[in-house]
Ligand binder design. Structure first.
Ligand code: NAD
Length: 370
């Protein structure tokens, strides 16, 4: 929307619990700085969610929060949960009561998880330095609303005198086509390589997945498509992660591979994520959040790493706002700050040249680097 001659985006800001509000504060400060530099604006509605939603409004996803999300172009989400709410029934707890309903309500079918290990942080990865000397930069595109987690029927009980459990892995062609296009588009904006991960040697749903990927490929002649079985992909991620640019895969495989990818990157405090559905024209409606949780063990101490939240805000600029130059600038500022040796506690190794900073110190350094 244009306002006062400027592109203006509406954002629902859901900081949540634990370190959520601390890291969100830094992401919004960085957003203030990029808005000034690149000449656009945001209108922000701050809302309670998770434990804060329960405490203030009696529900993890209060009606007024959902209404603000519906009125927004994007949701910038912190993290939810903590020991204070652990005794509640599972469906009322912050994570189940807020995030899953938001994903479902907005049909957020495309989950984008970058797995980036910067050259300066290879020491934080559990992989040998010799395997990942110059780091790696992978984007995993996971289908998020189909497959086995949602397929019907589901059953666990007695049949013919035997206990039986059943899940259904089902995909419609249209579901695979739309995630394929998200992945091809993402690869087009990066190094132009897309690896589709499936189990087509065993599963019918994977045979269709592969057929659809091959059928969409001619729409993107500038992207090189390859296929890999999921068991091999799990091995290749720890053997040679540098070979991957963009990976695309179905819900269950993606759940497992993205956790493996997060692990080999080193720190959860560095990893953003986006969950998207089609918005207006070329842009996406999305929920942008760090990959980690509310880290109650370090909350309130001013030591959490705000980079995952800041990079999540950067993904919002890229995929919802289409402010590509501003998104590139956020990513570059983070790289510069890491290269200059600034480290929060989760990244620090005590090596010479490191400057130890807290949450706001990291925000200051990134704003200065912009
Ligand atoms: P967690 O991700 O919160 O923490 C795991 C470890 O990583 C902790 O030692 C934590 O200090 C560290 N860590 C995470 N983010 C960090 C950051 N930005 N900077 C520095 N260190 C960071 O996972 P957990 O301990 O399993 O869960 C804690 C709470 O968060 C639970 O209530 C859980 O249900 C919830 N949770 C929420 C989300 C979400 O909101 N999307 C996701 C996962 C877990």
């Amino acid at each position: 929307m244009m306002r006062g001659g400027m592109n203006t985006y509406r954002i629902a800001v859901l900081a949540g619990d634990g370190i959520g509000p601390e890291v969100m504060e830094q992401a919004l400060r960085v957003l203030d700085a990029v808005e000034k530099k690149f000449g656009f604006a945001t209108e922000r509605a701050a809302c309670h969610v998770g434990g804060a939603g329960i405490d203030h409004c009696g529900k993890a996803l209060p009606a007024e929060t959902l209404a603000a999300c519906e009125a927004a172009d994007a949701i910038l989400f912190g993290s939810v949960g903590g020991p204070k709410w652990d005794a509640l029934p599972p469906d009322e707890r912050p994570e189940r009561g807020a995030l899953l309903p938001l994903r479902k309500h907005f049909s957020l079918y495309a989950n984008l998880r970058p797995g980036i290990c910067m050259p300066e942080l290879v020491g934080a990865s559990p992989l040998k330095d010799s395997l990942i000397q110059s780091g790696f930069d992978i984007l995993c595109v996971r289908e998020l609303t189909g497959g086995m987690y949602f397929g019907e029927p589901k059953f666990y009980g007695e049949r013919n005198g035997e206990t039986v459990a059943l899940d259904t892995l089902v995909y419609k062609k249209s579901e695979v086509e739309r995630i394929a296009r998200v992945a091809f588009q993402a690869a087009r904006g990066r190094r132009g390589k897309l690896c589709s991960v499936d189990k087509a040697n065993v599963l019918s749903s994977s045979v269709m997945w592969r057929d659809v990927m091959n059928a969409i490929a001619p729409e993107f002649p500038d992207v090189q498509l390859s296929h890999m079985y999921v068991d091999n992909a799990a091995m290749q991620l720890v053997r040679n992660p540098q070979q991957f640019d963009v990976m695309v895969t179905e819900n269950t495989f993606g759940d497992i591979l993205t956790d493996e990818m997060a692990m080999i990157c080193g720190s959860l405090g560095m990893l953003p994520s986006a969950s998207l559905c089609r918005g207006n024209g070329e842009s996406f409606f999305g929920l942008y959040e760090p990959s980690g949780g509310s880290a109650p063990d370090i909350a309130g101490q001013g030591i959490a790493n705000p980079i995952a939240q800041i990079l999540s805000m950067g993904m919002m600029l890229r995929y919802t706002c289409r402010e590509t130059a501003a998104a590139d600038a956020v990513d570059a500022a983070v790289r510069r700050v890491i290269a200059a040796g600034y480290r929060t506690g989760d990244l620090a190794t005590g090596a010479p040249g490191e400057t130890r900073v807290g949450t706001s110190g990291m925000g200051d350094a990134i704003i200065a680097a912009l």
